[in-house]
Design a protein around this ligand. Structure first.
Ligand code: SAH
Length: 466
């Protein structure tokens, strides 16, 4: 180990920054966040530092560095682009045993500043010993995704209950078990969801009620949108819940790559529906969610796209609410957004479409019950989910209700996945093209002048078809 990691308390301590540019400003910002009294020495200040000076947040001496600037200072940072000056600051500080950091010159430093993840009071610091700041930043980005934004509030909660828990459990093992349960179970989830009051009540109850840890062991359902297919399009929250589930119920739209990210030990239950058995199966899924949650499990209901867009998410939570089961809903990127972006088709555009509508083209008794007059309005993009089987009817009705026959329409197959394929036609030609092409589900249809923009915008497409 080349450096000893420590966290310094510099609250109200005088700290010196030499330099007036952007990097100096960044270091000043960091010191201020840690509560230091900052003095800046530099002939000139950039805008950010000038503002801080005007607001009385920093002291400033408009001159070049002198050794006397170090008098009484607790810590010094050199951020000038003059190597000789940096050297002088380093030597003078070291002589006075003042910790000194020289930006980008590790050999002149007595301490280095790590890359940090700030969830105050929780702080994670990463250092590569000055060898590669970029590597530290990359690592930091990875950790950022794993640590929920409200981790700090979880730590504050732990602080509030530290003493009561100490009194309640004399044995340290018991205490550790208790905190493990709190910090990764439903109570933590309450905090992440802004239900801090509920979390307080749950801990309180667990501390007081000698044997009852009910609230900590209650099952819960996570209704999570998995996005359209590319695992990169998952939200941080979706990923976190996927990694702590005991059991996952998923359907056809969830790709294997996404399923791979679910906790390895979690039981996997496939509930993909066949169209004809829709109603019955949905009832069964609702009941299954309740049954599993009642067993105290963390149940992940993973759905393609967004659970509230043609996902029957509403029905599932209705049952949960009726049965008094705790649940969370995590939005996902819906197929329309995902497919449109990856196919280079903007859903709205100042010149071509001021509105966009999402409809389901699901056939009922061989027909499509849609408000055709509304859909055929000009300057509007129409996105059709589940529209492949009814493509002929769809194109015919839109033409019958006034859309021009040459209105472009795109069919996007398995959007955002490596198998994405985009087929472009018009209302008149697409049904014929699709009839002679092998098309794989799922597919999404986009109707509108915006489809023409694809030629200009789709340069980044990675899929193999056009
Ligand atoms: N809740 C989902 C939609 C469920 S309905 C969402 O928000 O995206 C199922 C329909 O979604 C499919 O028939 C298809 O029309 C569309 N769909 C979902 N994922 C898709 C994908 N990767 N590519 C194309 N269409 C998709």
């Amino acid at each position: 180990m080349d450096f000893l990691p420590v966290f310094l308390n510099i609250k109200n301590q005088p700290c010196l920054v030499v330099g007036g540019g952007e990097i100096a400003a960044r270091k000043v910002g960091l010191l201020l966040r840690a509560g230091a009294r900052v003095a800046v020495v530099s002939p000139l200040l950039n805008d950010a530092l000038t503002e801080l000076r005007a607001a009385g947040k920093i002291q400033h001496r408009a001159a070049h560095f002198q050794e006397s600037d170090l008098a009484g200072t607790a810590l010094a940072i050199a951020a000038t682009d003059d190597i000789a000056v940096n050297q002088l600051i380093s030597e003078s500080a070291k002589q006075r045993s003042i910790p000194v950091n020289v930006v980008d010159q590790p050999e002149l430093c007595s301490f280095i500043l790590p890359s940090i993840i700030d969830r105050s009071p929780v702080i994670a610091a990463i250092s590569t010993g000055g060898t590669s700041p970029v590597l530290a930043r990359l690592l930091r980005a990875r950790l950022e995704t794993l640590i929920p934004a409200s981790y700090g509030r979880l730590a504050e909660l732990a602080a509030r209950f530290r003493d009561p828990v100490k009194q309640r459990f004399e044995n340290t093992t018991q205490r550790r078990r208790f905190w493990e349960k709190i910090l990764q179970g439903p109570v933590a989830e309450m905090v992440y969801n802004g239900r801090d009051d509920e979390a307080d009540i749950a801990i309180q109850a667990a501390v007081e009620g000698a044997s009852s840890t009910d609230a900590l062991e209650r099952g819960e359902v996570y209704l999570v949108g998995a996005g359209p297919g590319d695992p990169d399009l998952l939200t941080f929250r979706a990923l976190r819940l996927m990694q702590q589930a005991d059991v996952v119920l998923y359907d056809r739209l969830v790709t294997p790559e996404i399923l791979d990210l679910v906790r390895r030990e979690a039981e996997r239950i496939y509930v993909g529906k066949k169209r004809a058995y829709h109603t019955l199966r949905q009832e069964e899924i609702n009941q299954e969610l309740v049954r599993l949650a009642r067993q105290g499990k963390r149940v992940l209901r993973l759905k393609g796209g967004d659970p509230f867009i043609f996902g029957r998410g509403g029905e599932e939570i209705e049952t949960l609410a009726e049965e008094g089961i705790q649940f969370q809903i995590v939005p996902g990127i819906t197929a329309a957004s995902g497919c449109a972006s990856y196919a280079g088709i903007p859903l709205t555009h100042r010149d071509y479409a001021q509105s966009v509508v999402f409809v389901t083209g699901h056939l009922k008794d061989g027909s499509m019950d849609l408000n055709w007059v509304n859909l055929a309005q000009p300057q509007q993009t129409v996105v059709i989910y589940m529209g492949l089987a009814g493509l002929d009817i769809l194109c015919r009705e839109l033409i019958n209700h006034g859309m021009p026959t040459d209105r472009p329409i795109a069919l996007i197959q398995q959007g955002t996945t490596p198998h994405q394929r985009v087929i472009i036609g018009t209302l008149e030609t697409l049904p014929g093209i699709v009839a002679t092409t092998e098309v794989h589900a799922p597919t999404l249809l986009i109707v509108g002048e915006v489809v023409r923009l694809r030629d200009k915008l789709a340069w980044f497409e990675t899929g193999n078809g056009h």
